[in-house]
Design a protein around this ligand. Structure first.
Ligand code: 4NP
Length: 161
């Protein structure tokens, strides 16, 4: 079982959407039994909450199922997930600090857009204080990045699609 964790700040916008897009792709490819996915936030701002209404609306538009409650990333996550993917620089820095603190120095944390050719090093912009159009923008960014990520994972683990 390959365990994938998507991480943003609040765990109500970017990372639950990323998780839903990933789940749909692996389901469509018929390889979902080989994965466990989840999402989490670096902050404790929205623990227990449903995703943002705009996230749910955007997901519905793209036929994605979202079934998630906000939670904060913890030590067990850093120990157990094979791929921990940060949405932006700030999430990445916090996760890299946490892995040092929790004793998982060798764990590699990934940046979402590093999987999208031509957008390496860039962040998935935080849509929280913007309008609904920001959610369409992150949907497009996430879709492309996750496509790239899945391609890498399929190749690395020699998954038969
Ligand atoms: P997310 O967006 O990190 O993509 O879930 C945000 C959600 C909430 C806040 C910031 C960003 N907030 O400040 O409450």
């Amino acid at each position: 079982m390959i365990k994938v964790l998507f991480v943003c700040l609040g765990n109500i916008c970017r990372s639950p959407l990323a998780e839903a897009i990933f789940n749909k792709k692996i389901e469509e490819a018929g390889i979902h039994h080989q994965f466990k996915s989840d999402s989490a936030g670096t902050s404790d701002f929205h623990i227990g909450e449903l995703p943002d209404e705009r996230t749910i609306k955007c997901a519905g538009k793209h036929n994605l199922t979202i079934n998630h409650r906000g939670r904060q990333v913890n030590r067990t996550d850093l120990r157990d997930f094979h791929y921990i993917i940060a949405m932006d620089d700030s999430n990445l820095r916090i996760l890299n600090n946490l892995k040092e603190r929790f004793g998982f120095q060798t764990k590699q944390i990934y940046l979402m857009r590093d999987f999208a050719e031509g957008s390496e090093g860039q962040s998935v912009p935080d849509p929280y204080y913007g309008g609904e159009e920001g959610f369409e923008e992150i949907y497009t960014i996430l879709d492309e990045s996750i496509e790239g990520f899945l391609g890498k994972v399929i190749q690395t683990h020699q998954i038969y699609v």
